[in-house]
Design a protein around this ligand. Structure first.
Ligand code: HEC
Length: 472
């Protein structure tokens, strides 16, 4: 025991670290954060620092076995899943650690936004936080490709194609992502370098700056309605508040952070134990175009959005929307540097967060179903729905199902929605038009002239007429 103490004392003395430790431990915080329940709103950032370290540790473990080459990547993950002691668990921890990190990043961002903590003098805290947000998302995006399965590869493929549509720089952007003209070994190596070296280093640097700012500017005090931020007097007022409040980060706030970190860690372990690792799914097969590119849950909403938007909005959704979102987040503290911070006095801020949640939730729910590809699991229209239909229409329903129309088209709520709903098609266009469009094909729909007999086509038309409630 004594030797430990002596070695410890020696290190402490020779490293001259005591003033730094002292400063950290006695860092003053607003009394309400230290001693009231409002302190629980101030634990998310700390948990994110911890999760980042957790990801570094689990990720390093994975990198010991992972082979970043197209011929071996997928196999090395299978190997981890099946042969390595705790390998599957490690993969699961890394995946759910990442999920927790993304979730908490948005929780942290929303908290800071709702309490107006981005206002003077903490503008740079916010801006560096926004950069961290994009870095974290980039980590998630690059990590997904490393799985080198159908979903991961196609997700990046789709993303690269979107990037390719950016005006002026699209071509370069696409080559930058793919590391060449097509997705292949170069892409994998590039994503590996980004995921394990470049992005983590960037996160480390920006995170260091972010935390430095938190110490320099102090933790924002919980807002109160009718106490707006005034640039002239705020710093002096804040200094007085923390000086006289007498709360210090350790232990007044630190214990809450530790409890919350323990809770997050338990949750990640629980998910990893019960759900296991994510994939790898089927190995990528460049010839299997009907692969259903399903990005991990955190990007589903965006894929759903891309899928749902009308074609004319391509450029708006793919290019301008993310740029606009990023720039407005960055500009927020410049546009609203002072004034009221309390959510009760900023109804628009609360409304914005509510709308964002609703938007995200709806799109995610939609994205959980595979819609941007034909729905191969569709069931034939139930018999009771066909009641009262003529024999021709019934046969038509069967042809419509057998010939795969239903993979892409809905009728009375059954079928995929890759193509337009055809329930009321005969009211939109004359039957001849339906026949012509089906036989010669429309943009994203195959031509059927060599597939369907004209009797079959007639039956389909009879079915669609019945479906539209018309006479057959
Ligand atoms: C691979 C998916 C797919 C399959 C299978 C498919 N369609 Fe389509 N269909 C589409 C898409 C996508 C469109 C819209 C084309 C566009 O506007 O670019 C479309 C459009 C149509 C239209 C025009 C509808 C309108 O409102 O403009 C008709 C009619 C139609 N399909 C009938 C059929 C029939 C009948 C079958 C089966 C024999 C069939 N489709 C099979 C994807 C498909």
């Amino acid at each position: 025991m004594r030797i430990v103490k002596r070695v410890g004392g020696w290190l402490y003395d020779r490293s001259r670290i005591s003033p730094i430790v002292q400063a950290l431990l006695s860092h003053k915080i607003p009394p309400e954060v230290g001693r009231s329940r409002k302190g629980w709103f101030y634990v998310f950032g700390q948990a994110l620092v911890f999760l980042f370290l957790f990801q570094v540790v689990t990720g390093t473990g994975l990198a010991m076995a992972y082979v970043p080459a197209p011929a071996f990547a997928w196999d090395s993950l299978r190997y981890l899943n099946e042969e390595v002691f705790w390998g599957a668990f490690l993969r699961a921890l890394h995946f759910f650690g990442a999920s927790a990190m993304i979730l908490l990043t948005f929780v942290h961002l929303s908290r800071v936004f709702l309490t107006g903590s981005y206002k003077f003098p903490r503008e740079l805290n916010w801006m560096s936080g926004v950069i961290l947000l994009f870095l974290v998302l980039a980590m998630a995006f690059t990590g997904q490709l490393l799985r080198w399965d159908q979903d991961g590869v196609w997700t990046v493929m789709v993303a690269a194609q979107f990037a390719g549509r950016t005006p002026l720089v699209g071509e370069y952007l696409m080559q930058l992502i793919l590391a060449g003209e097509t997705l292949g070994g170069g892409t994998l190596t590039r994503f590996f370098a980004l995921h394990v070296v470049i992005l983590p280093l960037l996160i480390l640097v920006v995170m260091g700056f972010h935390i430095y700012l938190v110490f320099q500017n102090g933790i924002s005090e919980p807002p109160r309605a009718g106490r707006p931020v005034d640039k002239e007097s705020y710093r002096a007022w804040y200094a007085k508040l923390v000086r006289e409040g007498g709360s210090t980060h350790w232990p007044d706030a630190a214990w809450r952070e530790l409890v919350f970190v323990a809770f997050v860690l338990l949750a990640v372990f629980a998910f990893a134990l019960t759900l296991g690792p994510q994939g790898p799914g089927p190995a990528p097969d460049p010839t299997a175009l009907e692969a259903d590119p399903r990005p991990d849950w955190y990007f589903r909403w965006y894929y759903a959005l891309i899928w749902l938007k009308p074609r004319v909005l391509d450029e708006v959704v793919l290019v301008w929307f993310p740029i606009f979102l990023g720039l407005s987040l960055l500009a927020l503290p410049i546009l609203f540097p002072d004034g009221e911070r309390a959510p009760s006095r900023r109804p628009w801020a609360v409304f914005a967060v509510g709308m964002a949640l609703l938007f995200w939730g709806t799109l995610t729910a939609f994205g959980l179903r595979p819609h941007w590809v034909p729905n191969f699991e569709t069931e034939p229209l139930p018999a009771e729905q066909l009641e009262g239909a003529s024999a021709g229409a019934r046969e038509g329903a069967q042809v419509f199902f057998d010939r795969g129309c239903q993979f892409c088209h809905q009728v009375h709520g059954h079928g995929g929605i890759y193509g337009p709903d055809l329930t009321a098609a005969t009211r939109r266009m004359p039957p001849e038009e339906i026949t012509i469009r089906t036989m010669i094909g429309v943009r994203d729909m195959p031509a059927y002239y060599e597939v369907l007999t004209s009797e079959e086509m007639d039956r389909i038309v009879a079915y669609l007429r019945w479906a539209a409630g018309g006479d057959e």
